[in-house]
Design a protein around this ligand. Structure first.
Ligand SMILES: Cc1cc2nc3c(=O)[nH]c(=O)nc-3n(C[C@H](O)[C@H](O)[C@H](O)COP(=O)(O)OP(=O)(O)OC[C@H]3O[C@@H](n4cnc5c(N)ncnc54)[C@H](O)[C@@H]3O)c2cc1C
Length: 403
């Protein structure tokens, strides 16, 4: 299915991006796809957990070490790290193109997955927090949501931080926090000015996961995303956080959260879904050609052809939109509404695309030996996590109406 893959967009991609795209594609084919069956059969993988941790939960050390070495030797490890912090400084467009390739399989490729919030680190924070995350020695989680503050965290957040000498004292409970138990550093939002709230009254703190007063409830929340939980309730009880652990300025924490969500949970949902959708289409075409019913391959039936065509349309439209929005981000444009558009379409179209692939495969579509149901659950989840489809529509409407 070469003609429907991302290569067919090559006419508009610069040669250096095409080289990275080819490299990622080769690594998927040669290194990751051969590991896929073992990955799918293992119950250790979990949703929302960073790539290296996920790999370590499933594969032996030599396999993980080999992938990390490849990632470092090729420079892909640093692909999302800005040049000023020693990274390759790939453009957003290049990152999107490369990630799309890696999302063709659920087997993760390890790289420095650094939340952009951490690039706000100043002075000593760079050595303490940012560098260990870039090198993969420490991991982070993002703690915004609470039981009653999901879509409206700015208005409903209850976690408070009160200044006491050279410390801030945190109290409150976060919920649904991915990777809280596995992380070393928690990026926690708390209300520091109840009047201002999201307009200057929410601050972000870098909290040591093992600090006194931090309690992660284990074994975590059970969801349909995997046998192993990776979302947790986190309680802060009189947790004293040194004032030098505030990231950025006091009161600016809400906008850092939005910055993280805009890129990580919205724009990058484009490649996240595209890779899976392309795999679903490739698998569906192959399956439809070889599965025979009533004397003919099912690919001869118009009902099946139309599903394939609809999947193809979704992929082509989404790829154009995602690359366009990534290129706009590279010009410095404010892409909050555009990233919402990518998130909305990638997750809704991705869900229907995976649904079609499962249907075309019949009973095999439900087999856990294929990646389709896992992809389906991940893509369907993404209509909720990181801001629901409805909230993305709210953000887009605001832009349309000039609000
Ligand atoms: C697997 C998983 C991982 C997650 N990881 C993290 C994490 O790492 N860190 C973190 O902070 N959070 C995390 N979350 C939380 C996630 O971001 C929230 O669940 C999400 O934003 C939705 O919030 P909610 O569940 O409270 O839904 P609600 O806000 O209660 O919404 C319920 C329904 O009402 C709709 N709705 C709400 N407001 C409006 C409106 N104004 N107009 C129209 N419809 C509306 C919503 O779209 C939704 O359909 C995770 C959640 C899951 C399930």
């Amino acid at each position: 299915m070469e003609s429907t893959s991302a290569d067919s967009s090559a006419y508009k991609l610069p040669p250096e991006i095409l080289e990275y795209q080819e490299l990622a594609k080769r690594l998927v084919r040669e290194e990751l796809l051969p590991l896929e069956q073992e990955y799918l059969a293992h119950s250790g993988h979990a949703y929302g957990v960073k790539e290296t941790i996920n790999l370590k939960a499933v594969f032996k050390k030599d396999v993980v070490d080999r992938l990390i070495k490849i990632s470092r030797d090729t420079g892909l490890w640093y692909m999302m790290v800005p040049e000023k912090f020693g990274g390759s400084g790939l453009s957003m467009l290049a990152q999107v193109v490369v990630l799309e390739q890696f999302m063709y399989t659920p087997v993760p490729f390890p790289f420095a997955n650094v939340p952009n919030i951490l690039y706000e680190c100043k002075g000593a924070q760079i050595e303490r927090f940012l560098k260990p995350v870039i090198e993969g020695e420490k991991t982070t989680c993002f703690a915004q949501t609470e039981a009653n503050a999901g879509s409206d965290p700015g208005g409903m957040m209850q976690t408070r931080a009160v200044k006491d000498g050279k410390h801030w004292v945190l109290n409150g409970t976060k919920m649904w926090i991915s990777m809280a138990a596995e992380s070393d550093i928690m990026m926690v939002q708390a209300v520091t000015d109840a009047e201002k709230r999201q307009r200057g009254g929410i601050t972000m703190f870098l909290v040591d996961r093992h600090a006194p007063g931090v309690q992660v409830e284990e074994p975590g929340l059970r969801t349909w995303l995997g046998a192993k939980s990776s979302q947790y309730i986190v309680r802060f009880e009189n947790c004293r956080v040194p004032e030098e652990n505030v990231i950025g300025e006091v009161g600016k924490g809400f906008s850092f959260g939005q910055k993280w969500l805009t890129i990580h949970d919205r724009l990058l949902r484009g490649p996240y879904c595209l890779g899976k959708m392309q795999r679903a289409l490739d698998m569906s075409v192959d399956w439809a050609k070889q599965r025979v019913t009533f004397g003919k391959p099912i690919s001869e039936r118009q009902a099946i052809q139309w599903r394939l065509v609809d999947m193809y349309i979704d992929i082509m439209a989404l790829r154009s939109m995602t690359y366009e929005m990534a290129a706009r981000a590279d010009t410095g444009e404010d892409i909050r509404a555009e990233a919402a558009l990518v998130k909305l379409t990638s997750t809704e179209w991705g869900t229907r695309c995976l649904d079609s692939a499962i249907q075309i495969h019949g009973a095999m579509g439900e087999s856990l030996e294929l990646p389709l149901t896992l992809f389906y659950r991940y893509v369907r989840h993404a209509q909720i996590g990181g801001g629901t489809s409805e909230i993305q529509r709210v953000l887009i409407a605001r832009k349309l109406l000039g609000k």
